[in-house]
Ligand binder design. Sequence first.
Ligand code: TK8
Length: 335
Amino acid sequence: MKRTIKTLVAVMALASLATVSHAADYKSRIVRFGYGLNEDSNQGRAVKFFADSVAKATGNKWKIKAFGSASLGSDPQMQNALIGGAQEIMVGSTATLVGIVSDFGVYDLPFIFANEKEADAVLDGPFGQKLMAKLQENGLVGLVYWENGFRNLTNSKHPITKMEDMQGVKLRVMQNPIYIDMFKGFGANPVPLAFSELFAAMEAKAVDGQENPITTIESSKFYEVQKYLSLTKHVYSPWIVLASKKWWDGLSADEKSAVMKAAVASRDFERKDSREASAKALGILKAKGMQITEVSDKELERMRATTTPAVTKFANDGHQQVVKDLQAEIAKIRK
Ligand code: TK8
């Protein structure tokens, strides 16, 4: 009996030693995580999930402070804060990264992904990871891709059932040349603007419309200022979780591994949550008074054909290889 207790005490002492020496690799840190949508959105929920996961993994040594609604700045402003080391983590659209690594524009090629599954496979596979690695030379560390989603068109003027209906409609687009070229090609009048300024611009009628996934249209309450929604699904839009390289390089191996694990878990959480929210969003938008237009496959095909010059321009602008690589990767997945 005595011996058993002695052994037990020894085992417990060893076990606690092991925990202590491991926990010692987590410093106490406060980490700022900025994002553009509000707290009550798929983005906000996933940031919270990530923050909780990291707190748990580090025994509460890390405190992730979440800043939603672009309170730390627009996507490009946050990217620069990360590069300079003034902010640690952010999530935003890959489309706004083109000012830093222009190859990221490849995800914005219209109608390139057929469905979410295909996008997941490309983003999490060798293509998506190789592109992410390019950020490191530019002061950023890509952690994981989340789903923003397939983008759809809203406006306050009239229903858009075909390309010609876009004629003269002033549409806010992201700060990205492919979007500008694509919507010019459709006949619209695209205006690049930060997401953080979008609601006010629509409310003031400075722009007539915008395009975003239905989850965002719902969580950002765009239905208060937009009457018409057209289901164009013209681009699959990824979000990317980014860390400041300056900050990342100062973390211990245990800290990096805890962040990566939480990031991967947040990715799986976020995609599931976004897809569930997306399935409910149309019903909510209808109930809020939006008029929803299905766009026929024939019309979508016409739209796709119209984007050829925009795609060619992007390819010829030093992106031939990345376009080819993405097309090859998608073909491989489809087989
Ligand atoms: C949020 C943006 C948003 C994007 C946009 O910061 O700008 O339209 O779709 O999700 O990244």
